[in-house]
Design a protein around this ligand. Structure first.
Ligand code: ARG
Length: 460
């Protein structure tokens, strides 16, 4: 009979129930966290006199041994033990008898599961934060080499205005930065100790929750036992943060898939991150990027699963909560795998400068700058917009870029265009006209690159 069935139960569980209710196949991954929590709990029990110091020493030693066996894959899992918490406790009891039976004093699996998951989320957030930092570094690492490359910026996927390539790279750094800050926020709310709330109402035993919180590095102790034994907000917050991060990665992957097509030809992807076709010998396919885009679907689905899981649960612990781990673990694994591949792809891709430059004349990327040139000469914005629109139409009819229109066409359009339109037209001239904060103006981009280099060096 398993520890939780002794006493009131007179029969063992139906084997189908054992199988149906087990979570060991998923939660075994939390063994480090479980052992950390148990060691801290036992230390506290000894401190307040609920167990003797020599008993604590034995528990501590055997827990460390069990951890070693789990690390080396030598630990035997048993089907009748539901989860990692029961496995570790039973192994302790098997080796220490009554001393092992004392570990569960003043705690329940409800607070134990919650604590382990909080520790696991904390560890995962730290790993994710590092991996995002690597990807940001890959983007920033390209900025110096790509500093003079001008790319078209798109709106509605139509050519819009010229931007410097680092402006693109830093746009992704910004998105990833918000992901990091959401992770930090999620970590802050996960970083509260739930151990010691016991099953639901607290305990009549003289435990010291602050001591456990301190030894596990938690920033605070949960105030309400009812709340915290049902709380999975931190898991949902992580799932949301990952869904948004996966969405950012998916958008980037889509962009680079487009950029690597022969239609765009902006980018050559590193071959080690591409795959071939079994039938078409010429193919070099961007499968990794496609899968980064594709896997975001599962990460979004995991968030949905978790939201639906907790919707409508009355206080406090309900067994439904055991279902939180598969989607959460999957989201963390999936996003970490995507980040791990994204960073070397970003570092190793090659911009096809010649092809990009050749086609910068297309799309009238300098039209807005020409309009602003008129505005600076007191032409009302709506009028300037209309005039430049007409000039673009004229250029389209003649199949030339704006800067190749004859001077008399400019002059006829507006007297303010009689002089030096050459200072405004063409992407290089247009780029130099930008001045606003956060724009693609070269000094502005330079400044932002320096900001990011400094920021990432400080964070790493
Ligand atoms: N394996 C369960 C889980 O992960 C343990 C729950 C224990 N609590 C309970 N009342 N059965 O959630």
């Amino acid at each position: 009979m398993t520890p939780s069935r002794s006493g009131v139960f007179q029969s063992a569980a139906d084997q189908r129930v054992e199988k149906f209710t087990a979570s060991i196949q998923v939660d075994h991954r939390m063994y480090h966290q479980d052992i950390r929590g148990s060691r801290a709990h036992a230390e506290m029990l000894a401190h307040v006199g609920l167990i003797r110091p020599d008993e604590q020493a034995q528990i501590d030693k055997v827990l460390a041994e069990i951890e070693g066996e789990l690390d080396r894959g030598e630990f035997a899992f048993r089907t009748e033990l539901e989860d990692i918490h029961m496995h570790i406790e039973q192994a302790l009891i098997d080796r220490l008898g009554d001393v092992g039976r004392k570990l569960h004093t003043g705690r329940s699996r409800n607070d134990q599961v919650s604590t382990d998951l909080r520790l696991w989320v904390r560890d995962s957030v730290d790993a994710l934060d590092r991996a995002i930092g690597e990807l940001q570094m890959a983007f920033v690492g390209r900025c110096d080499a790509d500093r003079d490359v001008v790319l078209p910026a798109y709106t509605h996927l139509q050519r819009a205005q010229p931007v410097l390539a680092p402006h693109y790279w830093l746009a992704y750094c910004e998105k990833l930065d918000r992901d990091r800050s959401r992770l930090a926020d999620c970590r802050r709310r996960a970083n509260v100790c739930s151990l010691g709330v016991a099953a639901v109402a607290g305990t009549s035993l003289p435990i010291d929750r602050q001591r456990v919180a301190d030894s596990l590095g938690f920033e605070g102790v949960a105030r309400n036992s009812l709340d915290v034994s049902s709380d999975r907000d931190f898991a949902l917050e992580l799932a949301f943060t990952l869904a948004l991060l996966a969405t950012h990665l998916s958008g980037w992957a889509e962009e680079w898939i487009l950029w690597s097509t022969s239609e765009f030809s902006f980018l050559r992807l590193p071959q080690a991150f591409c795959t071939g076709s079994s039938i078409m010998p010429q193919k070099v396919n961007p499968d990794v990027l496609e899968l980064i885009r594709g896997k975001s679907a599962r990460v979004l689905g995991n968030l949905q699963a978790l939201m639906v899981l907790v919707k409508g649960l009355p206080l406090a612990y309900n067994r439904d909560l055991q279902e939180d781990k598969p989607p959460l673990f999957d989201s963390v694994d999936t996003v970490l795998a995507c980040l791990e591949l994204a960073a070397p792809m970003v570092a190793g891709a090659e911009l096809r400068r010649d092809v990009i430059a050749e086609r910068l004349e297309e799309g009238y990327l300098d039209a807005t700058t020409l309009m602003e040139h008129l505005i600076q000469q007191q032409v009302p914005q709506r009028t300037a917009h209309h005039l430049v629109g007409q000039l673009v139409r004229e250029a389209m009819q003649r199949k030339v870029p704006l800067r190749q229109l004859p001077t008399d066409v400019f002059q006829a359009a507006h007297e303010a265009l009689a002089g030096n339109v050459a200072d405004v037209l063409g992407v290089d001239a247009a780029i130099r006209r930008f001045v606003s904060y956060g724009s693609t103006a070269p000094p502005e981009v330079e400044f932002q690159v320096a900001y990011w280099k400094n920021r990432l060096a400080c964070n790493s």
